[in-house]
Design a protein around this ligand. Structure first.
Ligand SMILES: NC(=O)C1=CN([C@@H]2O[C@H](COP(=O)(O)OP(=O)(O)OC[C@H]3O[C@@H](n4cnc5c(N)ncnc54)[C@H](OP(=O)(O)O)[C@@H]3O)[C@@H](O)[C@H]2O)C=CC1
Ligand SMILES: O=C(O)[C@@H]1CCC=N1
Length: 267
């Protein structure tokens, strides 16, 4: 099985890194193209895969083809691939806004497409990806697609109407979490902790908290209550966070994120 990537930027590199690390596809069977020469060199050097400038060469070789360019380039990239695509190929998309019906118009009704939304923690095998197959995707193709997506984390089939929520809750959310870790690190530095140590403590606390949600099955509010000792330190921090609208800020940001994702389909 040959795996092709068109566009070899941040998300493609995260996915390819995870795929190679897990052994789901050997690096020799992965080929990627990118219009930007430094992106090609970075992928060749860091991932050890074959790279080319020619998108059609990737499309011609790939059994599974991932379109990993920004959504605004999808139309021109797909137009440039006409004549190089085959009916037996599986296309995986990762762009917000680009719906299965829009993709069917661009790629042809007969093309098997899995619309997905991954995230960059794929790079360390801790991604989560939502997958929406179209009606042309066979059981074997869906199994193959999910095997690839699961090679760098979790993957779940979701109805397409949920994909904009997925963009907000997992596609984009690593950025909010990195901002949280950065802010926690800064505050610990202000208390006198060396910066590197501050990031280790902040990141480990975030990872451990996430693991508790996943592994205990307890409501996040209950887990929060377990940290708040009566008349203690945490409840003071919780009150300060509530006063500055922490939870409503996160919800507003995610609403704007999902709206932006929806709007990208109209561009
Ligand atoms: N980054 C993330 O966390 C996530 C991204 N995604 C999606 O992944 C896709 C890629 O995003 P991301 O990796 O962040 O973007 P990047 O800009 O890092 O990567 C895209 C790459 O594609 C190149 N490119 C542009 N036009 C073409 C073309 N015509 N042919 C071949 N290559 C081209 C770009 O070059 P140049 O820089 O010159 O334009 C760039 O190197 C997007 O659709 C994004 O929405 C989905 C989930 C998470
Ligand atoms: O910022 C973006 O548009 C992409 C999609 C989800 C994460 N990054």
């Amino acid at each position: 099985m040959k795996l092709g990537f068109i566009g070899c930027g941040n998300m493609a590199k995260a996915m390819i890194g995870g795929i190679i690390k897990s052994g789901a596809c050997p690096r020799e069977d992965i080929i990627a193209s990118d219009a930007f020469a430094p992106a090609r060199s970075a992928a060749a050097e860091t991932l050890g895969i074959v790279v080319t400038e020619d998108n059609c060469e990737v499309a011609a070789q790939a059994d599974v083809l991932v379109l990993a360019v920004k959504p605004q380039f999808y139309e021109e990239v797909i137009a440039g691939l006409r004549g190089s695509l085959r009916q037996d190929q599986l296309i995986i998309t990762i762009a917000p806004g680009k719906t299965l019906s829009w993709l069917a118009e661009q790629l042809g009704e007969e093309t098997a497409v899995i619309r997905t939304m991954p995230n960059t923690p794929a790079m360390v095998g801790e991604g989560i990806t939502a997958a929406c197959p179209n009606a042309r995707v066979s059981e074997e193709q869906l199994a193959l697609g999910l095997k690839l997506l699961e090679s760098f984390g979790k993957a779940e089939v979701v109805p397409e109407r949920l994909i904009d929520a997925v963009v907000a809750v997992s596609g984009s959310s690593p950025a909010y979490i990195f901002m949280l870790i950065e802010a926690m690190g800064d505050a610990a530095v202000a208390e006198g902790m060396p910066r590197a140590q501050a990031y280790t403590f902040a990141a480990q606390a975030v990872m451990g908290s996430a693991k508790m949600v996943l592994e205990t099955g307890k409501h996040p509010g209950e887990l929060k209550d377990m940290v708040c000792s009566p008349a203690g330190t945490t409840i003071e921090a919780v009150q300060a966070l509530e006063e500055s609208g922490f939870r409503s800020s996160v919800m507003s940001a995610m609403r704007i994120c999902a709206e932006k994702s929806r709007s990208m389909g109209k561009a």
